[in-house]
Design a protein. Sequence first.
Length: 216
Amino acid sequence: MIKKLMKKYALSRKGAYDLIKSVAACVVNDIAMMLPAALFYFLIMQLLPESAGGTAGTNQYRGPLFWICAIVAVFAVLYAVNRIKYDCQFLNTYKESAVRRMSLAEKLRELPLSFFGRKDLSDLTTTIMGDCTRLEQAFSHWIPTFFASIISTLIIAVCLFFFNVKLAAASLWVVPVALLIVFFSRRVQHWAGRKKMAADIACADGIQECLETVRV
């Protein structure tokens, strides 16, 4: 699995392990975000009378001190989880990006000068640096959260179906619809990506021409 990640996403071995840690941290964060909703649910149950399925007026009643402590505990858990997620998702990503950029610069240094003479320098630099930037953004914002959302959604969906089938169906019907929209919009996304790349190259060409005409 590590080798597949290294080959597919151009990662070092440490970067592949960091990606797995980032996905795991995002999964834990997604599940931890259910804690406020769970706490609110138990509060509503306490406010409802016993005839409506609640616990008001029973020996399961909890006082204000319990809820204050519970809220503080939830905030502490969310803060700790988000701090770990930030370190795994962003700091490790930028460390791996620095390794990638240095290895890329080393590869370019080893190329003969004739290679650069045959290439459009603005196109080359735009493509290389643009790819590095997009990989950086993908690993810090999209890829970990994408895989984590799949895993956490499956876990939460299973729990909801055990709790209430109708509630689970009402909450999760949008998931397959969203997946279908993403699948069938691939061509539009590819077209928009190519259009943006062409605009970036044209902009870089204009800047390069402007710099070449500047007189010192």
